[in-house]
Design a protein around this ligand. Structure first.
Ligand code: HEM
Length: 504
């Protein structure tokens, strides 16, 4: 045997050993830098979170990142360093300092972190992903569709779909021995409603009892995005391999989702309509600004309304129904006050419901314990430092309010894990006097808060009031116990069925 093969073998081995050694050395230096020399080194948190983003990434993939960070807040307090360059907050001061209107002294309206709000190359910017300048234009043009006046004209949509929802629950209960999956039917309701307001077409959920394939596609796309966001932060030599691990079908969902939505928006524009839907406002106000929205921007806006405006409200209603069933005395009280205060269905109007103190208190408590957007508000200091909650945060830091953890933090609320609507009432028991209500911002704050919050409130009030007025919610089925506690989060809550025994 000659020595040549051995020499070749050694050369080949050293070709692997040197790069591996370089990667290892770089990793060690980076870890040492992150833990001991990084500008965020004095912020509290475990050393392994300061050292590398990997523990965070693993949690994102497991769907438990929000819960893990909540545990860190319990241990380290209201500001925690959760990755080498990310701070998470649970104190109320973080709202105005990070998200609120821009103030002097480096506080307020920090830009969205482009590593989180990714816009694929060549894709049209939406109100959600646009930079601040473009966002101002898009928001001005879209705000008309969410004004008080628009909302009052859109009430007929809400009444119609909520009535159909109650009817569907009754029919389903007859078919299935009184047991209904609340998640399924509330999702049908909110997607049909937002579909009609956005495209002038429903998704037929309440009519057919089936989830429209486009919606399934859309929400798979969102989950894929959650993974991609993390993968794109890995060192570039790993990105390609990691992307290949995401099934091709999943990666291709996005273009299918966009083209279907765009076609539906086009059909609505071509059809024309005198109904007060979102599109009618958007089209009517195109000429008011220097630069109106392009057809592609209008199409993407319609898709954004579906994504942002259906799942969130459905999550909230399903969660509140679950919390009420876990707290039968509160369910009894809500049912009896609604039935006493509203004798007939026609008494349930947006205006009447807006005033109803106990209904609003129940909904706020539902939003507190189960916020539909629990942990997705990532901002960045970009190339400037900022002052957040009284401390300087250096440039290039990502910041997030962990809404889920803030709402359950005993530093913010007395009896934080208990469902107590009374804490939100005018004559709240004195034991809740020190609750820090300013931390409760489920729709965020500032120029990039939820544009649909008034519609969302109208929906939540109408759906819950009609539900308890018309149907007796009796009990959770055994397979739906611990319903919130069991859920994972992939940007949105991954909700299992919520099977409830009802009587009509
Ligand atoms: C309970 C229901 C809802 C909750 C909790 C909720 C929450 C939020 C939050 C926290 C944001 C800020 C997101 C961020 O900064 O990344 C947001 C933005 C947004 N929401 Fe909602 N939302 C709800 C319902 C709705 C509805 C019904 C619509 C109607 C279509 C809607 C449309 C939007 C849009 C378009 C944005 C982006 C606004 C902007 O960037 O200017 N949302 N929502």
């Amino acid at each position: 045997m000659g020595v040549l093969p051995i020499i070749h073998g050694l050369t080949w081995l050293s070709g692997l050993v040197y790069p591996a050694g370089a990667v290892l050395s770089y990793t060690i230096i980076k870890i040492v830098y992150n833990v001991f020399f990084h500008p965020l080194r004095s912020y509290p948190g475990p050393w392994y979170r300061a050292a590398s983003r990997l523990p965070y990434t693993i949690s994102v993939f497991r769907g438990d990142v929000t819960h893990r960070v909540q545990q860190l807040h319990q241990k380290y307090g209201q500001v925690v360093r959760i990755t080498p360059d990310t701070l998470s907050y649970t104190c109320s001061q973080a709202w105005p300092d990070v998200y609120g209107l821009k103030q002097s002294q480096r506080r307020g309206n920090l830009p969205k972190d482009p590593k989180f709000y990714i816009n694929p190359p060549g894709a049209i910017e939406t109100i959600s992903t646009a930079n601040d300048a473009n966002h101002r234009r898009l928001r001005r043009l879209q705000a008309h569709a969410f004004s008080e006046k628009a909302l009052s004209l859109q009430e007929s949509y809400l009444q119609r779909y909520t009535d159909q929802f109650v009817l569907c629950l009754r029919n389903e209960a007859k078919r299935s021995n009184g047991v209904v999956d609340v998640v399924k039917f509330v999702n049908f309701l909110t997607t049909d409603l937002i579909g009609d307001l956005s495209f002038g077409e429903t998704f037929g959920g309440l009519d057919t009892g089936k989830v429209h394939p486009w919606l399934e596609n859309l929400f798979t796309t969102l989950k894929t995005f959650t993974f991609m966001r993390e993968i794109l932060r890995l060192p570039s030599f790993i990105v390609g391999a990691a992307m290949a691990c995401i099934p091709k079908a999943m990666r291709e969902h996005r273009s299918a989702a966009v083209s279907f939505g765009a076609e539906a928006a086009k059909r609505r524009i071509e059809r024309g309509s005198d109904k007060p839907d979102f599109m009618s406002y958007i089209l009517r106000h195109q000429d008011e600004q220097e630069k109106g929205m392009s057809q592609a921007e209008i199409e993407m806006a319609s898709i954004t309304f579906i994504v942002a405006g259906s799942e969130t409200t459905a999550t909230m209603i399903s969660g509140t129904v679950y919390l009420l069933l876990c707290n039968p005395s509160i369910l009894r009280k809500l049912t009896s006050v609604i039935r006493a205060d509203f004798r007939t269905q026609s008494d349930l109007t947006n205006v009447n419901l807006q005033q109803h103190e106990y209904l609003n208190a129940v909904l706020k408590e539902g939003l507190r314990l189960y916020p539909p957007a629990p942990d997705t508000l990532i901002r960045t200091t970009a190339n400037k430092s900022a002052i957040i909650a009284g401390r300087v945060v250096p440039p290039h830091t990502s910041l997030t309010m962990n809404v889920w953890a803030a709402h359950r933090d005993s530093a913010n609320f007395n009896k934080p894990l208990e469902f107590v609507p009374e804490r939100w009432m005018r004559n709240a028991p004195p034991e809740f006097d020190n609750d820090d209500k300013a931390v409760f911002k489920p729709f965020s704050v500032g120029p990039r808060d939820c544009i649909g919050k008034n519609l969302a409130w109208a929906e939540m009030r109408m759906i819950l009031a009609k539900l308890v007025l018309s149907i007796d919610l009796i009990s959770l089925q055994p397979d739906s116990e611990q319903w919130i506690e069991r859920q994972k989060i992939y940007s949105l809550w991954e909700k299992p069925p919520l099977n409830v025994k009802i009587s009509c």
